[in-house]
Ligand binder design. Structure first.
Ligand code: SF4
Length: 425
């Protein structure tokens, strides 16, 4: 009986049809009760999500930047250039993290918690950086390390909202979100965030404890349920990011079933080692079956990120042409990695964003240092990587769409769809 799996119908809003619980999995009735208590307690104190003309103005201004960049990027393409203006920028807010996931590094093979923290931007400089990047970037993706460990995150997301970024995205392990939402300084945070991506690689708690080197993985699952409960009233889109790891494919399947049951957006991430997809995955029959299932579920209408075509390309590691300037990485100290943070053969330039007035002058300077045209490839003057990430397939799709604009429309519409997934949908 030790491995018996059971379908759980524990309470008011956690009902599973696809996901089967088993030994070592969370005590769902308990977690649901805790999550319900936390959500009920904090919700009345949270700042309500912005609505009306100010919210529409924010979105319209961000769309205007996206459209303007599209026009610029078409011109650049016609001129044979690839210093494409960004769709969004990824900001490694902090190097600190309370987890030690085996697949997570700084894209240069080093673990975040081991890296020095000196030089982390102050709040004031962080807001200045947001202002500079907003001159040519519609969207911001807060990352880390663990970004919610930065105390001034609510000030930064408020600044991002006031600067009309859309969408404002955060990738978090969610481990302390319950405690943060209790604090007055964090009461605006959910109102200022459009997409929350929670990393969840399994539901078997001993596996998570080992994988994350974190003693209380059930808190992450519980906090994910809190966010699930708050997603509809606070109108943010909730996603789980599941890293599919060799030898642990059945855990990724659990996360898929769980997310599909609750209609939380699911984002599959086949594990990479440095800049290439992990070889053992491609050879794993279980991975093939899971990839097939993910594509089937997408076709059935489950919320799984990416278009069907993009998903297939990602899951089967089809070749792509990477255009990294479309999703530039800015480091914890305000330096832009150019043209790509993960480059293997060529050491990327690190350029201090705060020395520039706008994205135009920043990109002009950067392109003069290293020309990003034809940068992706195996040659000695190319990146030497083949990173199998959803982000790279979306930028590849966008670059294709520069020549075939109609193909882009459905992908963009899908990305923006689905805010407020939650039990009251
Ligand atoms: S494929 Fe090359 S350019 Fe793209 S992210 Fe990887 S190393 Fe960078």
């Amino acid at each position: 009986m030790a491995n018996k799996r059971t379908t759980v119908t524990p309470g008011q809003w956690v009902n599973f049809r696809l996901y089967q619980s088993g030994p070592g999995h969370p005590d769902w009735p308990q977690l649901e009760a805790e999550a319900e208590d936390i959500a009920r307690s904090v919700l009345p104190r949270l700042e309500p999500p912005r609505a009306g003309w100010r919210e529409w103005r924010r979105r319209l201004r961000a769309y205007a930047t996206t459209t303007g960049n599209f026009v610029i990027n078409r011109r650049l393409l016609q001129a044979g250039r690839e210093d494409f203006r960004p769709l969004y920028f990824i900001w490694t807010l902090v190097r600190t993290c309370n987890f030690r996931c085996p697949y997570c590094d700084d894209h240069r093979g080093r673990r975040y918690p081991d890296l020095p923290k000196a030089g982390t931007l102050s709040t004031e400089d962080g807001i200045r950086l947001l202002r500079i990047m907003r001159t040519g970037t519609p969207s911001v993706y807060f990352s880390g390390g663990e970004p919610i460990l930065r105390k001034d995150l609510p000030q930064l997301t408020r600044a991002a909202r006031d600067l009309d970024y859309f969408p404002i995205i955060i990738n978090t392990n969610a481990s302390v979100i319950d405690r943060l939402l209790e604090r007055e300084e964090w009461h605006n945070w959910l109102a200022d965030t459009d997409i929350i991506i929670v990393s969840l690689d399994a539901l078997h708690l001993p596996t998570l404890e080992r994988m994350w080197a974190y003693a209380h993985p059930e808190r992450v699952v519980r906090n994910l349920l809190v966010l699930y409960r708050l997603a509809a009233p606070m109108r943010f889109k909730l996603m789980v990011n599941a890293v599919i790891q060799p030898g642990a494919v059945e855990h990724a399947r659990d996360v898929l079933d769980f997310a599909n049951d609750l209609r939380i957006w699911y984002c599959p991430v086949p594990m990479n080692t440095r800049a290439v997809v992990h070889g053992a995955l491609a050879a794993d029959r279980a991975y093939f079956d899971l990839a097939t299932l993910i594509v089937q579920r997408k076709a059935q209408g489950y919320p799984i990120s990416g278009s069907p075509r993009m998903l297939r390309r990602l899951l089967w590691s089809e070749p792509l042409v990477c255009r990294n300037t479309l999703k530039p990485h800015v480091d914890y100290d305000g330096h832009l990695f150019w043209p790509c943070k993960s480059s293997v053969n060529v050491e990327p330039e690190r350029i201090d964003v705060l020395q520039f007035e706008n994205v135009e002058s920043l990109y002009r300077y950067a392109a003069g240092r290293i020309d990003p045209a034809n940068f992706h490839g195996p040659g000695p003057h190319q990146c030497g990587g083949n990173c199998n990430w959803a982000q790279n397939y979306s930028t590849d799709t966008y670059a294709y769409g520069l020549q075939h604009p109609l193909r882009l429309v459905s992908d963009i519409a899908e990305f923006l769809r689905g805010r407020g997934n939650g039990p009251s949908r």
